[in-house]
Design a protein around this ligand. Structure first.
Ligand SMILES: NC(=O)c1ccc[n+]([C@@H]2O[C@H](COP(=O)([O-])OP(=O)(O)OC[C@H]3O[C@@H](n4cnc5c(N)ncnc54)[C@H](OP(=O)(O)O)[C@@H]3O)[C@@H](O)[C@H]2O)c1
Length: 319
């Protein structure tokens, strides 16, 4: 089969479209013919070695498709089922092996391509708005990169929960998308903490910050006393070490650096979040904005565009 292989860490050019052996199907695994693979910023961190993996590897943590074969000890899944997954490596490929513990069987009304676009980021937006900070009606919420893959989902889900949502974006086109997703206010990054204070008085209840290095300090300044700083990513680079006293000075702030794995650690938790996300997609309450589809062979171009901030919403690779 054909897949993207990374044999040395580096720039987008290390994403090599190659012939690979078929993946091995062990007990508890399901083999899937991939319809689409989701591109996520974590794939960039893996590619450049910021989150080190042993080489060589097939990148990609998310996808959807049709079950082609079922390993021993797998129950409740049959050949031909439409499925998706998140947080399983090896998705930039024509076929992927997924442990049944991570497999999501798609309900009526959710097509594989949409599922590939909303699984990892949807589950993440769910745990951020339901568990890291339980967004309540009337909360003021700040979402950075509000027109990105994560951003558009966070804006919509925070609105579903009754919040007032303030987004930040870098361009007019992105502002328009964030507004269409329901953002009440959309700011540029420069001076955003002051602008947030002008809008809210005392600051926001929670900041969802996946940008990291360039926004972190001001994000803390945008919080109200006892507010939650959810630093869930670092698209602009890693945040330097933090003196805990800054949390005291901000008025007893909370700081967390959460990961999806810790919030889908049990099958029940994964099923709860997936059922909400796919349910909202099927009912039309959650819109999935797929901005770009690239042939799998052009994964390098997809990474270049994601890193250069040229994409909005979701980016897919099609084998
Ligand atoms: N912890 C978790 O569980 C988890 C799970 C999923 C994703 N994440 C994180 O969520 C964040 C967003 O991921 P995504 O896949 O949805 O990407 P994305 O938001 O679609 O793309 C990144 C966006 O970040 C903004 N950005 C600001 N400064 C940037 C810079 N220097 N370089 C690149 N982008 C910059 C850009 O939007 P503007 O041009 O509008 O600024 C860009 O479009 C990433 O940090 C990712 O690691 C974390």
């Amino acid at each position: 089969m054909r897949a993207i292989v990374v044999s040395a860490t580096g720039g987008p050019e290390v994403l090599t479209y190659s012939d690979c052996p078929e993946p091995e199907l062990n007990p508890g695994d399901v083999l899937v013919d991939v319809t689409a693979s989701g591109v996520n910023f974590i794939d960039v961190y893996h590619r450049i070695g910021r989150y080190p993996l042993s080489l060589p590897f097939v990148p990609g943590n998310e996808g959807a498709g049709t079950v082609a074969a079922v390993g021993e000890d797998v129950e409740g899944v049959s050949v031909g089922d439409k499925v998706a997954w998140a947080n399983v490596m090896g998705s930039y490929a024509e076929r992927a092996v997924v442990p049944v513990s991570h497999l999501l069987v798609l309900p009526e009304g959710v097509e594989p391509e949409v599922a590939a676009a909303v699984s990892l980021q949807g589950l993440t937006a769910h745990y951020l708005t339901h568990s890291v900070h339980e967004v309540r009606p009337g909360d003021d919420v700040l979402v950075h990169a509000a027109a990105g893959g994560m951003g558009l989902l966070l804006v919509q889900i925070a609105k579903l929960r009754g919040a007032r949502v303030i987004g930040t974006v870098s361009t007019e086109e992105k502002e328009e998308l964030a507004r269409q997703a329901g953002a009440d206010e959309v700011l540029r990054y420069r001076g955003f903490a002051d602008a947030v204070r002008d809008l809210t008085g005392s600051g926001v209840h929670v900041v969802y910050d996946g940008v990291g290095a360039t926004t972190f300090e001001e994000s803390l300044a945008a919080l109200r006393p006892r507010g939650m700083m959810a630093l869930y990513g670092q698209a602009s680079g890693p945040v330097p070490p933090v003196d805990p006293q800054v949390l005291a000075r901000g008025g007893s702030l909370f700081l967390t650096r959460p990961t999806l794995a810790a919030y889908i650690a049990t099958r029940d938790e994964l099923a709860w979040r997936a059922s909400d996300i796919f349910g909202w997609v099927a009912s039309g309450e959650l819109r999935v904005h797929i901005s770009r589809r690239y042939p799998l062979s052009e994964a390098a171009r997809a990474h270049e565009d994601l890193e250069a901030r040229r994409t909005t919403g979701k980016v897919l690779l099609i084998p």
